[in-house]
Design a protein around this ligand. Structure first.
Ligand code: PMV
Length: 319
């Protein structure tokens, strides 16, 4: 049997992170410069049902059976079996390679799950529909992050820009005018579960103020959606900076993230913000194509450990 391979992109959150956990809308974009590949090979000579799983990106080289049921990859495999009504997998080796940095807000956990679920269901001869892949990836995100909104697994499964609001149908966005984003890694790893829990703790202590900020972020996301679909976000990049300032009020920015945002703006970005959980991870800056390299260079000179320049094309997903 030939090897089966499935690939999934990374992602960034354009606006609305954290507020989305409380029911406000948010927008996320797939990022194809980083990705996860899962390859599955049959092992006809191995013991019946023996599944080897090798994922150097998370230091894993073991038999699937040896993993705890709450291990995200074991849980993903069990959910695939359940969805397909299969009680036992055939002997195989699952190899997972990812270029997505861990704990950086680029969707590494969701990307690993989505690519594995897609590859495994194909290997078993019944490729799951995207809706089913997304449902499974959401369950696995709960193991990773506690109370995820579902935005990461959704944008990574469908690989299109999405406008996402909990308990509402997913809206795939068609972009009116393309732009470039510089994504800059602050070099500090961050656990989304912790930043989300921190916001919840502060929200419980100061509900009125936090609800106001969350509502304000929701309004920004609605405005940004309109501009993305009908106008030119580059010309109104300040909306992203406004979103960053509101995230500061939620307490999820850091000195370094603020410094990188300021650096990007001074180097010519029309807007910039932290992206994802905060507390570390990445910032994004919206730039005119002619300024992308200059902004990326300024970010590296000011402490970013890595930058990605990504183009968001009109009417298509991010390439
Ligand atoms: O996975 P991250 O760090 O990009 O964060 C996802 C966005 C949050 O709103 C902070 C959490 C969530 O589940 O929506």
């Amino acid at each position: 049997m030939p090897a089966i391979t499935a690939s999934s992109p990374g992602k960034i959150i354009l606006c609305g992170e954290h507020a989305v956990v409380y029911g406000a809308p948010a927008i996320a974009l797939p990022v194809f410069q980083v990705s996860t590949q899962t390859t599955i090979l049959a092992r006809p000579t191995a013991a019946q049902g023996e599944v080897k799983i090798v994922a150097p990106c998370i230091n894993l080289d073991d038999n699937l059976d040896a993993l705890d049921d709450q291990h995200p990859l074991k849980a993903a495999a069990n959910l695939v079996k359940e969805a397909l009504g299969i009680s036992r997998l055939q002997a195989c080796e699952i190899r997972i390679n990812s270029s997505i940095p861990l704990a950086a807000g680029l969707g590494s956990s969701a990307s690993v799950t989505v690519s594995m679920v897609s590859a495994l269901s194909q290997f078993l001869g019944h490729p799951l529909e995207l809706d089913a892949v997304n449902r499974i990836a959401f369950e696995v995100e709960k193991i990773h992050h506690g109370t995820p909104s579902g935005i990461d697994n959704t944008v990574i499964t469908y690989e299109t820009p999405i406008y996402f609001q909990k308990d509402s149908p997913i809206e795939h966005l068609s972009i009116n005018r393309g732009f470039k984003l510089v994504i800059a890694d602050s070099g500090t790893a961050t656990l989304t579960a912790e930043t989300v829990a921190g916001v919840r703790e502060r929200w419980q202590k100061n509900r009125e103020e936090y609800d106001n900020v969350i509502a304000h972020i929701g309004e920004l996301s609605r405005e940004i959606r309109h501009i993305l679909c009908k106008k030119d976000l580059l010309a109104q990049g300040d909306l992203l900076t406004q979103n960053h300032n509101l995230l500061c009020k939620l307490g999820v920015s850091t000195w370094k993230l603020d410094h990188l945002v300021k650096t990007a703006l001074e180097a010519g970005a029309t807007g910039a913000k932290l992206s994802g959980g905060g507390g570390g991870g990445n910032i994004i800056a919206i730039v005119d194509p002619s300024k992308a390299a200059i902004v990326a260079q300024a970010l590296v000179e000011n402490g970013a450990v890595h930058t990605i320049i990504t183009s968001i094309e009109a009417d298509t997903a991010v390439r």
